[in-house]
Design a protein around this ligand. Structure first.
Ligand code: UGA
Length: 441
């Protein structure tokens, strides 16, 4: 099959590479010439395990190409995926400018039947706007060409995206006629093996499914962070509570890890956008507002513990920070809780020595050369000359470090763990003062 993907960001690139991997001819289109040049020379702009290999392989096989030429993109694929960004606008609603500009290009250049498939996370009703946009351009052109608009939300997670795409738990498509449903089912058949994963529904329900999934997961996290905050006050251990409730299959073990709040490009933006959509339709969502408010506070929870420990203030203190990306296996710093922590420590007059296994370039891009930020090239270098260690992302390399070295090189044997990756008993035996989330000190 011939497939065009508009937008070579995270979702577009993974989608394009994975469709090529199963034998389709894929053309990825992006308006960013630098990005397209880099991709054509095999350079992937994001850190995503396994993606480099399949991109390189499929470029070599001639099944995957990149261009900035919109017309070529529209002429190429029967299937036209829209996978461009939907950043929040000033009031937190999703900004549809990029989505509608792709729709306009499709209307402008299409010569024959096209299926337009929306993969970007867009508010309910966007497929209708895309349909109207294309329709109005066709009217201007004074041509009558058939087309369909489909919603096909993406559920991939950064750091595991290739796997999520190749072995999806579900393939959700919102269609308004059986012909499109069958064309989509056919396109996805390589990924729909062993049992039925294809869930077809109406377009608006598919659009809402994406937001509902992310909002539910974000709610689980904020809920668990509240339980952690309660546990700290009543002298309970949230890790025991987590095991206790996770074993109830109706609750489940996933997404109930307490921590320093969720980040990334999806949850913060999508919870807010869904809340705005509800508001515009006259509904006040108390749960979504609470999920956001809890997350906002949780990002500062570790700083409150640091301030509580250093009762004389932290002006002039130095903190080693391990882990900066919003979660492991990605270099994504969007909405990363580490940013809030760094900024609050600096505003109190402290300095930081930061280290992350893959996000250093991103962090440097954000903060640049900075008197109070030292960019360490390994975990040990961050520790040297610091007063205390703060762990913010649960990378595997931080799970079993050389605690003797840490104790020797820190001015104070104090560890603040925002991800509960160490055992309080072990830390005590090793001679550390240890703070974590929702566990007795
Ligand atoms: C999320 C969803 O998991 C994907 O299904 C969805 O497709 C994607 O958003 C999207 O809309 O594109 P992602 O943002 O990549 O994926 O990351 P997650 O693994 O879901 O983690 C999000 C945040 O929640 C991270 O900051 C993580 O540290 C935090 N988290 C996660 C917790 O604090 N506790 C948990 O138990 C789980």
């Amino acid at each position: 099959m011939k497939i065009t993907i508009f937008g070579s960001g995270y979702v577009g690139l993974v989608t394009g590479a994975c469709f090529a991997e199963v034998g389709n001819d894929v053309l990825c289109v992006d308006i960013d010439q630098r990005k397209i040049d880099a991709l054509n020379s095999g350079k992937i702009p994001i850190h995503e395990p396994g993606l480099d290999e399949i991109v390189a392989e499929n470029i070599k096989e001639g099944r995957l190409r990149f261009t900035t030429d919109l017309r070529e993109g529209v002429e190429f694929g029967l299937y036209q995926f829209i996978a461009v960004g939907t950043p929040p606008d000033e009031d937190g609603s999703a900004d549809l400018r990029h989505v509608l500009s792709v729709a306009e290009s499709i209307g402008t250049y299409m010569q024959e039947y096209r299926i337009v498939i929306n993969k970007s996370t867009v508010p309910v009703g966007t497929a209708d706007l895309v349909r109207e946009k294309i329709g109005s351009v066709l009217v201007e052109r004074n041509v009558d060409i058939d087309y369909d608009v489909v919603s096909n939300p993406e559920f991939l997670k950064e750091g595991d995206a290739v796997n999520d795409f190749m072995k999806p738990e579900r393939i959700v498509v919102g269609v308004d006629n059986p012909r499109t449903r069958e064309l989509l089912r056919f396109l996805y058949s390589p990924f729909n093996r062993s049992h039925e994963r294809f869930i077809a529904m109406d377009v608006r329900s598919a659009e809402l499914t994406k937001y509902a999934a992310n909002a539910m997961l974000a709610t689980k996290i904020s809920f668990m962070n509240e339980i952690a905050n309660i546990a700290e006050r009543v002298g309970a251990d949230v890790e025991a509570v987590r095991k206790g409730i996770g074993s109830d299959s109706r609750i489940g073990f996933s997404f109930i890890y307490p921590g320093i709040g969720y980040g990334g490009s999806c949850f913060p933006k999508d919870v807010q956008a869904l809340e705005r959509t509800a508001h515009k339709h006259g509904y006040h969502s108390r749960i979504l507002q609470a999920v956001e408010a809890v997350n906002h506070d949780q990002k500062s929870s570790i700083v409150r513990k640091i301030r509580g420990h250093f009762t004389d203030g932290i002006k002039g203190s130095v903190f080693a920070i391990w882990g900066l990306a919003f979660k492991p296996n990605t270099d994504d710093m969007r909405e990363a809780p580490s940013r809030r922590v760094i900024e609050e420590l600096l505003s109190d007059g402290a300095r930081v020595r930061v280290y992350d296994p893959v996000a250093m370039d991103e962090v440097r891009r954000i903060y640049g050369e900075h008197d109070d930020i030292f960019y360490a090239s390994n975990p040990e270098e961050a520790i040297k000359g610091s007063d205390a260690l703060v762990v913010l992302t649960e990378w595997l390399v931080f799970r079993s470090p050389d605690f003797e070295m840490i104790k020797r090189d820190l001015a104070h044997p104090v560890v603040f763990d925002g991800r509960n990756i160490y055992s309080p008993e072990f830390m005590e035996q090793s001679g550390f003062t240890y703070y974590s989330i929702g566990r007795p000190p």
